[in-house]
Design a protein around this ligand. Structure first.
Ligand code: NAD
Ligand code: LMR
Length: 327
């Protein structure tokens, strides 16, 4: 007998990321090949005809796991009994814009959606915020949903994690799948700190293998941090397929576990590593049994401390910039 269907809400369903994401969720890539799903799709009213077009395509795929689709412009309908919520819908930045320019435009969306989750979603709903500025939007949604567990609100740093893995694989000439224990600290923005000090390949230290601090400082960290902008420059549009892929990775690992592998998730801090409680910050975690656990006790050297503080400072500024939205 098949499992009961899980309700998966996706916002911004008519957008670029939605177009890559929905088909993979319906194909079982996120929750498993034995898990039926009901998609609950939210977009703004003028975008609903486009969402209906995407639904026609979903129907035309005849996905065996797709047990139903809801299309709506009402967040409370989209989040009704949702087990998972992927908050993608927001304005992407265009050439020359920084993420904090999006704060005002997008922050308001996440107070409304946080309240709607609070009212309508499953008490166990797992929330991933993709829409930028992702960390601060996740913080807003969490603060707007006081009856839901804070730990169930997360922000997407998995794209940064995957970008960093790929750069390290290229530099070391080793397969990407063999790299363990990578961390990306902080904000999903150019201030993030991708950190391979603890990373290993086949048990050997990646730092020792590369042995080039200048490459770390002048090539690796800026390349990963500015990758989003480089894609916007090249494509004229922000990353979409890789972002959808990272969202699938994030939710799949959270739900099905990582078998001890480290991944990066933006999670509300518990005060570890000098990051104040509730700040939505990228940390290395492992996942098992549907829960994530932060990797604690890692040594933070002077260079790392300065990087972690710089990205924290930006998150403080973003938090202060949205304080008025949270009353
Ligand atoms: P897009 O413009 O193609 O699509 C956005 C969709 O959201 C549109 O269909 C729009 O109508 C919808 N939308 C706008 N306001 C909404 C609201 N209040 N409720 C529901 N839907 C709403 O953008 P995209 O390329 O799909 O990107 C979406 C977001 O994801 C952007 O903010 C982008 O910057 C962000 N992003 C984040 C990451 C990450 O790693 N965290 C990576 C890539 C993109
Ligand atoms: C990305 O990292 O590709 C996205 O967050 C888009 C952006 O604005 O950089």
């Amino acid at each position: 007998m098949s499992k009961p269907a899980k309700r998966v809400a996706v916002t911004g369903a008519a957008g670029q990321i939605g177009y890559s994401l929905l088909f993979r969720i319906a194909n079982g890539d996120m929750l498993g090949k034995d898990q039926p799903v009901i998609l609950q799709l939210l977009d703004i009213t003028p975008a609903l005809p486009a969402v209906r077009g995407v639904v026609m395509e979903l129907e035309d795929c005849a996905f065996p796991l797709l047990a139903g689709v809801v299309v709506t412009d009402d967040p409370k309908v989209a989040f009704k009994d949702a087990d998972y919520a992927l908050l993608v819908g927001a304005r992407p930045r265009s050439k020359g814009m920084e993420r904090k320019d999006l704060l005002e435009a997008n922050g308001a969306i996440f107070t409304v959606q946080g309240r709607a989750l609070d009212e309508a979603a499953s008490r166990d709903v797992r929330v991933l915020v993709v829409g930028n500025p992702a960390n601060t939007n996740a913080y807003i949604a969490m603060k707007s949903a006081p009856s839901l567990p804070k730990k169930n609100f997360t922000a997407m740093l998995r794209l940064d994690h995957n970008r960093a893995l790929s750069q390290l694989a290229a530099r070391t000439g080793k397969p990407v799948g063999q790299i363990e224990k990578l961390a990306v600290w902080g904000n999903h923005s150019p201030t993030m700190y991708p950190d391979y000090r603890f990373a290993t390949i086949g048990g050997q230290s990646v730092k020792a293998m590369i042995n080039d601090d200048a490459w770390n400082r002048d090539a690796f960290i800026p390349t990963v941090g500015k990758r989003g902008a480089a894609i916007i420059e090249a494509r004229g549009l922000s990353s979409a397929a890789s972002a959808a892929n990272a969202a699938i990775d994030h939710m799949r690992d959270w739900t099905l576990g990582t078998n001890g592998r480290w991944v990066t998730m933006g999670i509300p801090s518990d005060g570890s590593y000098g990051i104040p409680e509730d700040i939505m910050y990228g940390f290395p975690v492992t996942c098992a049994g549907g829960e994530y656990t932060m990797i604690k006790g890692l040594e933070i050297d002077e260079f790392s401390r300065s990087k972690m503080d710089a990205t924290l400072k930006e998150l403080f500024e973003e938090r202060d910039g949205v304080a008025h939205l949270l009353g």
